[in-house]
Design a binder for this molecule. Sequence first.
Ligand SMILES: [Zn+2]
Length: 243
Amino acid sequence: MPPTHDLAVPARALAIGAHPDDIEFGCGATLAKWATQGCLVHLLVLTDGSKGTWDAQANITALVARRQTEQHDAASILNASQVHMLDYIDGELEVSLAARAQVCSVIRSTQPDVVLGHDPWKQYRLHPDHHAAGQLTLDGIVAARDPHFFREQDLQRHRPSALLLFEAQVQDHFESVDGFIDHKVAALLAHVSQYESTHGIANDREAQTESFRAGIRAQALSAAKAAPHLTAAAEAFKLITEL
Ligand SMILES: [Zn+2]
């Protein structure tokens, strides 16, 4: 199948990430674009981000609170409507029935036309939470569409029309994000606690911030080169529509 591009702007979208900042890296520009065009964007973050520091003496309670604030700040920059956080312990997310029920519940509550999440089949990815988050996204979708899963939820069942996997093993769909890379960078820069460990911004803050910005921009330009249509910047996905 030839690659596709630019889904019709959904009325509602739900992006599911393992940690605060994963969604912004994976699909921040696409979400900002859709939000500008009237889409109600929901973010679901599965873990509390409590491993997100290299400081062995860090106050973990304070870190978790800080990461929640940063996630809300980033969501505002993307013009997202709501942030849902499940607060599983960072690094210990499991593909459990309990977590699947929670993801299913958020899908049924938010009724998204498009769900976005990690690719659970991504090769050579080390972080277990990313695999687990991707699998829970799939499992949550399967449960949400069928009335006999989690009947106790008393929520309307729901079948999204599309699933977009980000950082995907096989990329076959591209969203144009011309004009929205600045939103993505700004949302990522809202995660100030991650500057040292993830963003590579430490001692020379100004130069390294510029280099971070350039890296995100270069990634979008490179994705655009693989896109089947003329666009300056893109985010790449695996598109699944048989849901
Ligand atoms: Zn992550």
